[in-house]
Design a protein around this ligand. Sequence first.
Ligand code: HEC
Ligand code: HEC
Length: 303
Amino acid sequence: MKLLPRNIPLALALIAALGLAALWVLSMPRPLTAADIPQHAGDAANGERLYHAAGCFSCHQPSPDLKDMDASLPAGGAPLVTPIGTLYPLNLTPDAETGIGTWSDLDFVNAVQRGISPEGEHLIPALPYTSYAHMKPEDVLDIRAYLATLPPVTSPEREAEITALPLIRRGVGLWKWVGLDTTPWKPDPKQSENWNRGSYLVNGPGHCQECHTPRNAFMALNSSKAFEGGPHPEGKGRVPSLRGLIERGRYTDAADLASALQNGEAMGYDKLASGGMGQVQRNISMLPEADVQAIADYIASLK
Ligand code: HEC
Ligand code: HEC
């Protein structure tokens, strides 16, 4: 078609409309369907362990305004400050009105492993679904089963303080093409069972890379620099490298590193307190000793 000059604005408008339509389609949420998740009777005891490994409570803490409740429950509403604004992660107790009591298992897996809400909106990757996506779905369902055993708490949802949030959510849909790798975690047959347990806990639920791996220009994890440390994702300070911790003399051996992860600052280990690491360390200390040792053995193997 030969475009006459007077048709140029029309052609440009058409191109813009096609571009927007393409962006709209590309940014659409792609939730899992019921056929994608396993039939699985939730194991609350395993779920409790993974809930600690995954640090769910650290972000879903109760708002300080909530009185007369057990402060160890993940009632949500406490502020989580991110570089784009403040979010108030929701109530994970089984309250029907303000928590996740009425959610289906599929709703839960889609939120935690794909970053999609039951309303079909993209979630901000401050919820580290980019790591949780590698978890075994059975383990995610076990966390759900554990949460269902908690007493329900009424804790109304608080609106995030982020400018143009609906547009940002849609943008997250585009970002997922580069930033969300949904490959399930796989064991390395050349390594021991213990090492593989550590690898799973670190790269799946533990989401250690979210802070310890630097990001590229698209804010996606730069896997060629895995665990090398870099700027803190929350914008302030730096995160240390987890490579060569033994070789660099930070810890004498993997057992010393396990003791550091277990005890943190309380035992004089000085680099496990700030920038969110204190909470991570407290969560790790709630794991069975074998899991802490597995995490340490895996980290100690990163040269
Ligand atoms: C590093 C902080 C962080 C951790 C750790 C975290 N979350 Fe969240 N979570 C968030 C934030 C922030 C949101 C809100 C995201 C948004 O509104 O886009 C959220 C939202 C959610 C939602 C609700 C989605 C919706 O539709 O509103 C669920 C369910 C959830 N998280 C479950 C979990 C579970 C289970 C764990 C542990 C396996 C966990 N989260 C760990 C920060 C976190
Ligand atoms: C919220 C971001 C964040 C997450 C998630 C995180 N870390 Fe850290 N980590 C840090 C920061 C920041 C420091 C430095 C703390 C300090 O100097 O007080 C640190 C320090 C450490 C150290 C000490 C390094 C040294 O040089 O002695 C180890 C070991 C460690 N982290 C392991 C882990 C493991 C294992 C995980 C996952 C289970 C993890 N981290 C998840 C932010 C994080």
